[in-house]
Design a protein around this ligand. Structure first.
Ligand SMILES: CC(C)(COP(=O)(O)OP(=O)(O)OC[C@H]1O[C@@H](n2cnc3c(N)ncnc32)[C@H](O)[C@@H]1OP(=O)(O)O)[C@@H](O)C(=O)NCCC(=O)NCCS
Length: 374
């Protein structure tokens, strides 16, 4: 009898030079760098270069990448027209998934003609994905679409487009670190999805729209939105214990807790927790972080489970004034660097993904009964 690994747990599906998730020791590596070494020291744009080229950029390389990203910010008018005529009730993550697919219908005008096409597409996707999310948010809330700017980095530009206000340096820095922390995470469900699609030699837009579809699920990137919904439903610190007890009794999953790979603390969580505490103090609204800490304590005591990346990122985004349904989109914006890096790597050394399944259906040998007699 063949051994089945449900959910491919414990299966090594391919080699990668991009990232490593060391679940037993709670370590996350990007191309040889521990995430604790990178967070707060390098910008998101440097991470994009690191993931695509396996090394941090020189200043000249960073300038070239920054210029290329900013040059690709304009969305095709057809995509803007669709974004601004889509149902206002649509989920922003669904708009992003669809917009990526639409972008694939427009020819790729290369910023640098020496660049391979898939790399040029990666630049476009990193440059444009945040604009899709921010523009849809502006449109659905009846606000104008701020003009594209070339003088702002990726995090600041998203804040500018979302709010229409000059982004503050602290908010920019916070979002930039959040982007760095969410950029890459090994063969998680969405990245693996992107590589499976790429392994058929389908195009990058198809691979990335599929990845966004995988990310939105509540067991993956959608968990950060679930955290805020949970905190809102609980309402206050004094109600946390009873709410969690009841949820556990009903065998409900507590959003933002637990992880398939990390069996100790998710190394991204302490960074986000520190940012969440700082922002909550600045806002003078400690309620959400206090509730979060209590939930984390109970879950550790009761189930031995730790908070994951989504648990505190929810409070960070909430404190930055980001609407709840833009949390997963922000995750997608930052993960675009990781997804595109993996798709490029897959193209570079491709082997079609084609696992087997264990047949558990009816015994073979059935005969077709005419439809009138069934
Ligand atoms: C991430 C996740 C899917 C990993 O799941 P997994 O490795 O498949 O773990 P399992 O679902 O097999 O859970 C193992 C045990 O822990 C429990 N558990 C895991 N996560 C839990 C959670 N968030 N809340 C309550 N119990 C949880 C399970 O009920 C199970 O308990 P049991 O053995 O008594 O039945 C899971 O922890 C989860 O659903 N978390 C909430 C969603 C989330 O935050 N996702 C973002 C991940 S970055």
């Amino acid at each position: 009898m063949a051994v089945i690994s449900r959910g491919l747990e414990g299966i090594i599906a391919a080699e990668t030079r991009i990232g490593d998730v060391r679940g037993d020791v709670g370590q996350l590596i990007y191309c040889g760098y521990d995430i604790n070494e990178l967070a707060g020291k390098v910008s998101y744009e440097e991470i994009v270069h690191l993931l695509w080229h396996n090394r941090l950029p020189t200043q000249k390389e960073l300038d070239a990448l920054t210029t290329a990203l900013r040059a690709e910010r304009e969305l095709p008018q057809g995509v803007i027209d669709w974004i601004t005529s889509a149902p206002k009730t649509a989920a922003p993550i669904d708009i992003m998934r669809t917009a990526v697919s639409m972008l694939g219908c427009y020819p790729t005008v290369r910023h640098d003609l020496d660049m391979p096409e898939s790399h040029a597409i990666a630049i476009k996707l990193v440059a444009q994905i945040g604009i899709v999310a921010a523009y849809f948010h502006r449109y659905r809330t009846g606000q104008d679409l701020p003009p594209i700017r070339k003088d702002l980095g990726e995090a600041a530009h998203f804040l500018w487009l979302m709010t229409g206000k000059e982004p503050g340096s602290e908010a920019t820095q916070t979002l930039d670190v959040a982007y760095v922390l969410h950029a890459e995470h090994g063969f998680n469900a969405s990245t693996f999805t992107s590589r499976v699609v790429a392994s058929t030699l389908s195009d990058m837009y198809s691979a990335i729209s599929a990845a966004i579809g995988a990310l939105k699920g509540p067991l993956h990137g959608g968990a950060n939105e679930g955290v805020i919904h949970m905190l809102q439903e609980i309402g206050s610190l004094d109600k946390v214990d009873a709410w969690i007890e009841e949820a556990l009794a009903q065998k409900k999953k507590i959003m933002g807790i637990g992880h398939r790979v990390y069996k100790v603390l998710d190394p991204r969580a302490p960074h986000l927790k520190a940012m969440a505490i700082k922002l909550s103090e600045e806002l003078g609204d400690a309620k959400w972080i206090q509730m979060s800490e209590r939930i984390a304590t109970i879950m550790k005591e009761r189930k031995g489970l730790n908070a994951n990346v989504d648990f505190y990122s929810a409070t960070v985004y909430y404190s930055l004034g980001v609407p709840t349904d833009l949390f997963t989109p922000i995750f997608a914006i930052s993960r675009m660097s990781g997804w595109t890096a993996h798709v490029l790597e897959q193209y570079g050394d491709n082997r079609l993904f084609r696992p087997l399944s264990e047949y558990a259906g009816a015994p073979v040998g059935k005969k077709v009964v005419p439809i009138a007699e069934r």
